[in-house]
Design a protein around this ligand. Structure first.
Ligand code: SF4
Ligand code: SF4
Length: 183
């Protein structure tokens, strides 16, 4: 196995292109990303620190860092970085790699539960339906929310791709497995 940097470039390169991922090597630790991070103001997330850990091949430490999951993918750091580091996309790729090895945070797994149960990561409730109607839209979007019979197709995709195993989904309970749910 290569370094974490190699993995980031290899895995993320398939989605964003290798050059996009290689920008991580341009990070000079200026801290502008951390300084502007809305999540970092109220959590332990320090984008600059995580990137330094990635550069230093601190694979286990970064995969086990709870703050890896505190990023809201708002793209503020991406826009602010003076060195053109594709911060948010790199953060997402590091999460992907961590998730593949069972490190996905429980709140993120629970969003996956919604996707498996409803076809939506964020199902639309009565308030959102009213807003849609006030805008002249159908109260239900043309998704599994409106066409519930298509939910089975979504669930098949989740099974075929292994997404259910990735989040430790229990098909009998239609929820996370007990141990995961309690974390
Ligand atoms: S703003 Fe860019 S160069 Fe500065 S620490 Fe963050 S990622 Fe590195
Ligand atoms: S994308 Fe994530 S790390 Fe970057 S500023 Fe937003 S919350 Fe912070």
């Amino acid at each position: 196995m290569g370094t974490l940097l190699d993995e980031i470039i290899d895995w993320g390169g398939g989605v964003f292109g290798e050059e996009h991922m290689e920008t991580l090597m341009q990070c000079v630790q200026c801290g502008k990303c951390t300084g502007g991070c809305p999540s970092g103001r109220i959590t332990a997330l320090r984008t600059r620190k995580l990137f330094r850990m990635a550069q230093e091949d601190m694979r286990e430490e970064i995969f086990n860092a709870p703050e890896l999951w505190y990023c809201t993918t708002c793209y503020t750091c991406y826009e602010r970085c003076p060195k053109g580091v594709k911060c948010t996309d790199i953060m997402r790729v590091i999460r992907n790699l961590a998730a593949k090895e069972g490190h996905m945070s429980v709140p993120h797994r629970k969003i996956g539960v919604y996707a498996l149960k409803t076809g939506h990561g964020v199902p639309i409730g009565p308030d959102q339906m009213k807003i849609r109607e006030s805008l002249g839209l159908d109260s239900q979007p043309p998704t599994t929310q409106k066409y519930n019979e298509q939910l089975e197709e979504v669930q098949i995709i989740c099974r075929e791709t292994g997404f259910d195993a990735l989040i430790d989904f229990d098909w009998d309970k239609m929820d996370l497995k007990e141990a995961e749910a309690k974390k």
